[in-house]
Write a protein of this length. Structure first.
Lengths: 584, 127
């Protein structure tokens, strides 16, 4: 017996027994007390009639005195029965309502409904732990692509119906502690169709626990964690977590990219931002003297990076402990530390803001950061500004500062997770792209902007399998030769190409960057494309409809119905007959 | 001594004894089977069933099942009785009477199993 029914039964035991007792006392009385029938003979109610009488009296329906008018003795008993019966009924009904209102009972109902929904889900799904802003963005991205997601969140405020209502797919969700193994099991972590676990709770400790539990309970599952501290990150990776997303580190990587090659940075920004952001303008790094405000996790990463590139950096931080630590670690640059907040002009001038190339507002306080930017810009309007945003709601404020680079931890995390789960090839592509030079990046940037233009870029992965591209798979099975050019051909017109860029082609272990049109397609290949959503849809017409594929390969519309095919064949024959045979 | 156990056992054994009392006698003779006794059997069985609600153990589930069987049998018996006397007004013919008594016999079997289970549980506890 499950918990829920046994809970109901146990609670209802007392009211039911009371109801039976009262009913039977009333029935017994009705049977025993003599009455008079219509001929004036003494008469006793049968059990059946007494039960009938008591039933309609107890439920306050009251049909009257049936079958014969009652004697006064019976009426006296009826008065007694009415009050006791009605009270017993009210008591029983009251108990039922109390039970329904009971918070524990409600929890039991929600959790059993959640479990049932999870078990009845047959498509592959992703388990998202923590529905903060990042979690919300990840779930939106997954459901946009028609993947299913299940959410565990410990804060009921984050789980209100409205937030999950707008999703494209129904998202089963539960309030609970994701660090609890039983909770994860209830959310279906052991099910074979659980494809991935995404740990995005606020603390690294919980994320670590989720990762361990997931890998133990379901070793094949893909686990991605957010982590903001190095030691946790290493721990997570040590037992097979597939990806650890550290927003500070990721930002540092992007920053380094920007220093080496603005175009590469642009590619990174465009491709990870798809499909939600338009193409952004390139950002050019400025060499010279830099000021770094806030020497925390974020500041340290960037300081290391700048110093490695022989850039002169002045650090501003209000904490004396931080100064001591800085002086211990960087003895040679000791004099480049100023104690202060950085939002007053005096400190900034002391740091040399009027002659600086750039400033980093990297403290963990948004109002300080904004004020640093405003003050510094007032002194030196040409500064290159890097801003760190801490609280999501300040999004528009930061956008309004027109800072050259804005570090938004949640956005960075969401972008990375989107890439890992929706287009794993994109992660490989971006990794490989770092080995190429600026010229290659420039060519790629111009190709991308040519196909995307003013639209929003869209990234998609084509898999040559029976399921996702049936027409191509079938044609390959028949031994036809298909190359990449066929797939990028517009199925609507022989004179047009689809406006998309093939980014990466994967055949087995071998990966080809920016494959060209002659590349032959084989079964189980994977190809990563960038274009727009409309182009993606057109491409899937070629991939899945045989007649369209036939058209792009032969530029001929083959008749499909039986009669037309016969006619077509006949016409071809006569056509051939008219052509004179070549003389030998 | 546990008062809950006393009440619990009391109702289960009373269900069996009353059931037996109704069951004994010639199977088709209405004089040997009292309607009030059938009524009492049904009520006591209902109470016994509700007392078994909500016990999550294996034995508890078995006890509940036997009681449910007895109640179903007894309710059918009383429906047969009511229909024969009040609806069709054929009275208690031997055919009707034997149907009622055999249904209550089935209920008695369920009650016997129930009491046996009760004894097994008591023997298992040994305290």
């Amino acid at each position: 017996m499950n918990l829920l029914t046994s809970m109901i039964l146990r609670r209802m035991r007392k009211p039911f027994i009371m109801l039976i007792a009262v009913y039977n006392i009333a029935i017994l009385g009705m049977i025993l007390i003599p009455g008079v029938d219509d001929q004036g003979n003494p008469w006793h109610m049968s059990i059946f009639h007494a039960f009938y009488f008591v039933s309609y009296t107890a439920t306050t329906i009251g049909f009257g005195e049936i079958p014969y008018p009652l004697s006064d003795a019976q009426r006296l008993w009826a008065v007694f029965s009415i009050y006791t019966l009605v009270i017993a009924w009210l008591y029983a009904i009251g108990k039922i309502f109390t039970l329904i209102q009971d918070p524990h009972f409600k929890d039991a109902v929600t959790s059993s409904r959640f479990k049932r929904t999870v078990r009845s889900m047959h498509e592959p799904f992703y388990l998202v732990c923590g529905l903060g802003e990042t979690g919300y963005e990840v779930v939106t991205a997954l459901t946009e692509e028609h993947y299913r997601a299940i959410v565990i969140e410990n804060n009921p405020d984050n789980l209100n119906e409205i937030r999950l209502h707008d999703m494209r797919e129904f998202v089963p969700n539960i309030i609970g502690d994701a660090a609890d193994a039983l909770q994860l099991e209830d959310a279906g972590i052991k099910l074979p169709n659980c494809k991935g676990v995404i740990a995005l709770t606020a603390t690294d400790d919980v994320n670590l626990k989720i990762a361990i539990t997931s890998k133990l309970l379901h070793p094949n599952v893909k686990v991605v964690c957010r982590s903001e501290l190095k030691e946790y990150e290493e721990n997570m990776l040590s037992f097979g977590t597939d990806h650890v997303v550290n927003p500070y580190e990721t930002f540092a990587t992007m920053f380094e990219m920007l220093m080496h090659s603005p175009s590469l940075h642009l590619i990174y920004d465009w491709l990870t931002g798809a499909p939600y952001t338009h193409l952004t303008d390139p950002v050019y790094f400025r060499y010279g003297h830099w000021i770094l405000c806030g020497y925390g996790r974020f500041g340290k990463e960037l300081y290391k990076l700048l110093v490695e590139h022989d850039i002169d950096v002045t650090v501003i931080d209000p904490s004396l402990d931080v100064r001591d630590e800085f002086e211990r670690h960087h003895v040679e640059n000791k004099k480049n530390f100023i104690v202060g907040t950085g939002f007053d002009e005096k400190t900034l001038r002391q740091a040399g803001v009027d002659k600086s190339a750039g400033i980093i507002a990297g403290s963990n306080n948004d109002s300080n950061n904004l004020s640093i930017i405003m003050t510094a810009r007032a002194v030196n309007p040409d500064l290159f500004v890097v801003a760190r945003q801490n609280i999501y709601n300040n999004y528009d404020l930061y956008t309004a500062t027109h800072a050259n680079l804005i570090m938004r931890p949640r956005e960075i995390t969401a972008r990375k997770i989107r890439a890992v789960f929706l287009n794993p090839l994109l992660v490989d592509y971006l990794k490989l792209a770092r080995n190429y030079d600026e010229e290659w990046a420039n060519v790629t940037v111009s190709r991308l902007s040519a196909v995307v233009g003013k639209n929003k870029p869209h990234i998609w992965t084509v898999e040559i399998t029976e399921k996702s591209s049936p027409a191509v798979a079938e044609a390959l099975e028949l031994g036809r030769f298909i190359n990449l050019g066929h797939i990028t051909q517009d199925p609507a017109s022989r004179y047009l190409k689809l406006k998309c860029v093939p980014l990466l082609h994967q055949c087995g272990e071998q990966q080809t960057m920016m494959p060209n049109e002659e590349l032959a397609i084989k079964p189980n290949d994977k190809i990563l494309f960038c274009g727009t959503r409309e182009i993606k849809n057109s491409m899937y017409v070629t991939l899945s409809v045989m007649s369209s594929l036939n058209y792009v390969m032969t530029f001929r519309d083959e008749p499909e119905s039986f009669i037309w095919r016969l006619m077509d064949r006949y016409m071809h024959k006569t056509e051939r007959r008219r052509v004179p045979r070549p003389k030998l | 001594m546990n008062l809950e156990k006393v009440v619990f056992s009391f109702f289960m054994i009373l269900a069996l004894t009353l059931n037996f009392g109704f069951f004994v006698g010639e199977v088709d003779n209405p004089d040997h089977h009292n309607v009030y006794e059938l009524y009492a059997v049904l009520v006591v069985n209902l109470v016994a069933t509700i007392m078994k609600f909500g016990d999550r153990s294996q034995l508890g589930a078995m006890l509940l099942a036997t009681s449910l069987v007895a109640v179903v049998q007894l309710i059918s018996a009383s429906i047969v009785w009511t229909v024969a006397v009040h609806v069709q007004e054929t009275g208690l013919t031997p055919a009707v009477m034997s149907t009622i008594v055999s249904l209550s016999g089935g209920a008695m079997l369920a009650n016997i199993i129930s009491v046996i289970l009760l004894m097994i549980e008591a023997a298992m506890l040994r305290r």
